[in-house]
Design a protein around this ligand. Structure first.
Ligand code: SF4
Ligand code: SF4
Length: 310
């Protein structure tokens, strides 16, 4: 059994699960176990169907940073968080343990994927502080290594020349949280937005369960990929190309392809589309997350998938 946290640290309720999008649920031969491999609590199993044990899961959200199909996503609207950070010159992003010392919060910062970090460095200017001052004592502390490694890798790669630098603050004494200076107009607009957000939370809580069910045939671009595509659309050519090169895939069909359209049915994101039933499917690069299910599913072994930078 996990430790019982004395302070909040996120929970299984911060996860949204969509069974029909999980790759082994779509095709029993799928080898995808990315979520199982990253979960520090051994809370996830996919052998019969995707299941997250609520007694083990402490809501670190690491699984949402690797799931390529959108089967595991977070309930939180990241755009709201980004909008709050944009209002501050030197903003601070925290979690549910540090919400008194942050301008915006996520349930756990372990849910910050490459796509979230790229969105932050390209949407903000100056310096963004990540408040990690409570992480060491948190039951989710294992996410620290993952997040640090992710930040280091992105910094080494150049992060696509973003305008914002991300600094991590682990000592509360070193933290300087700037408050938003509200004039009368922005006070009312922010008050309205808080009311709107609270209403949205109530609607979410009453209308949605944490486990969302959708039809197998329903295609949807996962939220992380949607976020990346929104970031891309707002960027000038050079950094946009950098992101496309590092975060997209190329897909090719060999002469073995019999145009059976099986890959179109298996793809969870709608990246493969039938144009003419007698011809090879069309590939929509911006919808593809590189999950690899089409490659595993193709009986003709006709599909090659590779990172675009190759
Ligand atoms: S990472 Fe996503 S698609 Fe893969 S097994 Fe886990 S839930 Fe399923
Ligand atoms: S095209 Fe293939 S690799 Fe890309 S999302 Fe669809 S199934 Fe996954």
């Amino acid at each position: 059994m996990p430790d019982q946290p004395s302070q909040p640290c996120g929970s299984r309720d911060d996860l949204r699960i969509e069974q029909s999008r999980c790759l082994p649920n779509r095709y029993s031969e799928s080898s995808c176990r990315r979520c199982v491999a990253i979960c520090p609590r051994q809370a996830i199993s996919v052998d019969e169907h995707l299941r997250v044990d609520p007694n083990r899961c402490t809501g670190c959200l690491l699984c949402t940073t690797v799931c390529p199909s959108g089967a595991l996503e977070t309930n939180q609207p990241f755009d709201t968080c980004l909008a709050a950070l944009r209002k501050i010159e030197k903003p601070t992003l925290g979690c549910c343990r540090t919400n008194a010392s942050a301008n915006a919060t996520l349930a756990c910062l372990g849910g910050l994927s490459d796509e979230h970090l790229l969105s932050l460095v390209h949407s903000l200017t100056g310096t963004l502080q990540l408040n990690l001052s409570s992480c060491q004592e948190c039951p989710n502390s294992t996410m620290l290594d993952r997040l640090t490694e992710r930040l280091r890798r992105l910094a080494d790669q150049g992060t696509g020349q973003g305008k914002c630098r991300i600094s991590t603050v682990e000592d509360e004494v070193a933290l300087r949280v700037e408050q938003e200076q509200l004039n009368r107009r922005s006070f009312f607009s922010s008050f309205r937005s808080v009311l709107f957000q609270s209403a949205a939370v109530v609607v979410n809580a009453t209308q949605q369960s944490a486990d969302h069910r959708s039809e197998y045939a329903e295609k949807r671009v996962p939220e992380r990929r949607q976020l990346l595509n929104r970031t891309l659309r707002a960027l000038p050519t050079e950094p946009g190309q950098w992101i496309t090169t590092h975060y997209s895939h190329q897909l090719t069909f060999s002469k073995n392809c019999s145009a059976c359209q099986g890959c179109v049915a298996s793809c969870p994101t709608g990246a493969l589309r039938t144009k003419d039933r007698k011809q090879r499917p069309e590939f929509l690069q911006l919808n593809c997350t590189g999950c690899g299910l089409c490659v595993e599913f193709c009986l003709d072994q006709a599909i090659t998938l590779s990172p675009a930078r190759n």
